[in-house]
Ligand binder design. Structure first.
Ligand SMILES: Cc1cc2nc3c(=O)[nH]c(=O)nc-3n(C[C@H](O)[C@H](O)[C@H](O)COP(=O)(O)OP(=O)(O)OC[C@H]3O[C@@H](n4cnc5c(N)ncnc54)[C@H](O)[C@@H]3O)c2cc1C
Length: 630
């Protein structure tokens, strides 16, 4: 993109304000879009924006173009937008723009994508870059945006209030305002992972701790060897793709049969549940966002103090999900119910579920959160073949059910889960959930259930799982798996399935649990070490400190320091930041996305700061090596 506008910052121009983004992923793209929407209204007219990221800005690390084209997004194309629409309640102007589906259709992206398709990460990379380029173009002419294709290694505070962002190549950017939008932070291995790494090294085995799957070097895993995989979620799906098709195998017969290349290992997968996440729904009900009935805004906004997750919030969540399921069943499929909705609803509201078997005769139509969460809890199988057959049937049944609008109650539960998630975010932002409950329950058990039910793989991936299983490339370990290291190999077992499986490689297939204290990123480590950033300090009931926790920011996303003060010109957003709205994914059109609202709010704060900037702060000095795209 041609550079335009005024000369580079750092020329000593006293009226040029400087904004530095550390991280050029989707969060930064959306912030820039929101900044562009309000820039002329808020009068910040001489600004240089630096975007620092070792990966190309737009996609950043997760959505970079340079990764296997076999990897897909996990959202349908119509469910991804970077733009505000009339549903978004924010102060900045609404500037509509295309969803991923509309963008890909207009550009006639190959292969063509339907609304309900899952684009490759490569395609999403293009969309993000396009949104970024549009936002840059929409900024006032006097603004300049400079991309630095490298890491930031520290952020220092100067006495005059400016911040100095140090780059890996030694360049320095002097900033009036800094936004840290660094996404998922890499972390040192936990003690358990460390000891597994050490024990594996001693025994000559390979242990792969939790990581971003696309970044793993899997080339050392030999063909035909068993590999144990702990985790049956999305990281597993990526792994299955990279070790299957990524090794040259091919799906034929519309993805139902797999022709191995012979270079694949044998992937033995297990987890606590023992089953893969539910497939994404293959149909849509014509509904917009739904409202919670029990876990309401009124409850969250009234009163003060924390609401206990297990005793207060969880029963309300369960009630909302149960109500959503049965309301849809009674409304859309009354032939499968007995008696009227009104009396059934009254019983539900009173917490009385005793009438469910009579009112809903088919067990497949009943909502049992415990059973949904742990479908094979306590089950024991005769032998491994029996277990693997049952699991394959379970996946087939899931694929049928998730594609069948006759089970639209599942879709109602999905919508309600999103609404509940929004309520929990609000409760977090209002300080109504304790730090410990947040980590243990909101980000632990609830997010686990949410991912299992609402954020599973595209159906086609489960079809591929079955095909890989039939070809002998993927095998199933069982629920509640246990891994030991003995006699020179990893040994996997499940209480539900007789026998053990031995392997020389063990992979933990999930993202690392956030722990700011263990972050390897030099910016976060430096700021945290000097007390310029803080993380929640969590304690067990007996008062001993717990590991884990996210970075702290105030309600305006200003970084909080160890002394509790909020830095007026340093902002923190994204999945490693406490209570960060919408950090779990892209905004859905028509859903008043919390992420878009938060970005709009922060963008306007940034503009206010840039407009008011003290003229004493000198500009930044871009290196001649950086790419300027405006
Ligand atoms: C594998 C994976 C798949 C996902 N799929 C989906 C999906 O299908 N749908 C969905 O809605 N959500 C998905 N998500 C959720 C995802 O969090 C968001 O889509 C989004 O990427 C978050 O944007 P972000 O900008 O906050 O963080 P990121 O995308 O992580 O971007 C942060 C950027 O900061 C950069 N950075 C970090 N430290 C530094 C530093 N010191 N110096 C310079 N740059 C730095 C990184 O290189 C990175 O580019 C997925 C997440 C993962 C991990």
């Amino acid at each position: 993109m041609a550079a335009r506008g005024r000369p580079a910052a750092g020329t000593g121009d006293p009226v040029t304000a400087t904004l530095v983004f550390v991280g050029g992923g989707p969060r930064t793209v959306s912030l820039l879009e929101r900044i562009a929407a309000s820039a002329t209204l808020l009068g910040a007219d001489e600004v240089v924006v630096h975007v620092v990221d070792p990966h190309p800005a737009g996609g950043g690390r997760i959505w970079r173009r340079a990764q296997s084209p076999l990897l897909w997004m996990n959202s349908t194309t119509e469910d991804v937008t970077l733009f505000t629409d009339d549903s978004v309640r924010c102060d900045g102007p609404i500037v509509p723009g295309p969803t991923l589906y509309e963008w890909a259709s207009a550009l006639q992206v190959r292969p063509p994508l339907e609304r309900n398709d899952f684009a490759s990460r490569e395609v999403q990379s293009g969309y993000l870059r396009w949104v970024l380029d549009g936002a840059v173009q929409a900024l006032p002419d006097s603004w300049r945006v400079v991309e630095h294709r490298q890491s930031a290694v520290d952020v220092l505070d100067r006495d005059d209030g400016a911040q100095v962002v140090l780059l890996a190549d030694g360049d320095e950017l002097v900033a009036d305002v800094v936004v840290l939008a660094q996404g998922y932070l890499e972390r040192r291995p936990t003690a358990a992972e460390r000891s597994l790494l050490d024990a594996a090294a001693t025994a000559g085995l390979r242990y792969v701790p939790p990581a971003f799957t696309a970044d793993l070097d899997l080339s050392g895993i030999p063909a035909g060897e068993p590999v144990l995989v702990r985790g049956f979620g999305l990281a597993f799906v990526d792994l299955m793709v990279l070790l299957g098709e990524g090794r040259g195998g091919r799906f034929v017969d519309d993805g139902t049969r797999y022709l191995p290349s012979g270079a694949e290992p044998v992937i033995w997968v297990g987890s606590r549940r023992g089953v893969p996440y539910h497939a994404k729904l293959g149909y849509r009900r014509p509904t917009g966002p739904v409202a919670t009935r029990s876990l309401t805004t009124a409850l969250i906004r009234s009163g003060s103090g924390v609401l206990d997750f297990r005793t207060v919030l969880l029963p309300l969540i369960a009630r909302d999900l149960t109500h959503a399921h049965y309301r849809e069943l009674f409304a859309a499929h009354p032939e499968r119910t007995r008696g009227g909705w009104a009396s059934f609803e009254s019983a539900l509201d009173a917490g009385d579920l005793s009438g469910v078997p009579a009112a809903v005769p088919d067990p497949a139509d009943r909502f049992d959160l415990g059973l949904i969460d742990r479908p094979f809890d306590g089950a024991v199988f005769r032998d491994r073949t029996a277990w693997e057959d049952v699991l394959a049937d379970h996946v087939r049944a899931d694929l049928r059910r998730r594609a069948d609008p006759a089970h639209s109650a599942d879709s109602a539960v999905f919508d309600m889960l999103l609404a509940v998630y929004g309520m929990l975010v609000e409760a977090l932002l209002r300080g109504r959930i304790s730090a410990q409950d947040r980590v243990e329950h909101v980000e632990g058990s609830f997010l686990g259930l949410f991912s299992f039910l609402a954020s599973g793989p595209p159906p086609r991936r489960l079809q591929q799982l079955l095909a890989l299983h039939e070809a002998g490339v993927v095998r199933f370990l069982g629920p509640d798996i246990d891994i030991d290291l003995c006699d020179g190999s990893f040994v996997a077992s499940s209480p539900a399935v007789p026998g053990t499986v031995h392997a020389r490689t063990l992979i933990d297939a999930h993202l690392p649990r956030p722990d700011v204290r263990a972050a390897t990123d030099p910016v976060v480590r430096g700021l945290f070490g000097r007390g310029r950033l803080a993380a929640e300090q969590l304690f067990t009931a007996d008062g001993s400190p717990l590991p884990g926790g996210q970075l702290l920011a105030d309600a305006d996303c200003r970084a909080i320091a160890a002394d509790g003060s909020a830095h007026p010109r340093r902002f923190l957003l994204g999945p490693s930041v406490s209570g960060s709205a919408g950090s779990a994914g892209f905004a859905r059109p028509g859903h008043n996305s919390p992420g878009l609202r938060q970005n709009d709010h922060v963008a306007r704060l940034l503009l206010g700061l840039l407009a008011d900037r003290a003229p004493a702060v000198a500009g930044a000095v871009p290196s001649p090596r950086v790419k300027e795209y405006r």
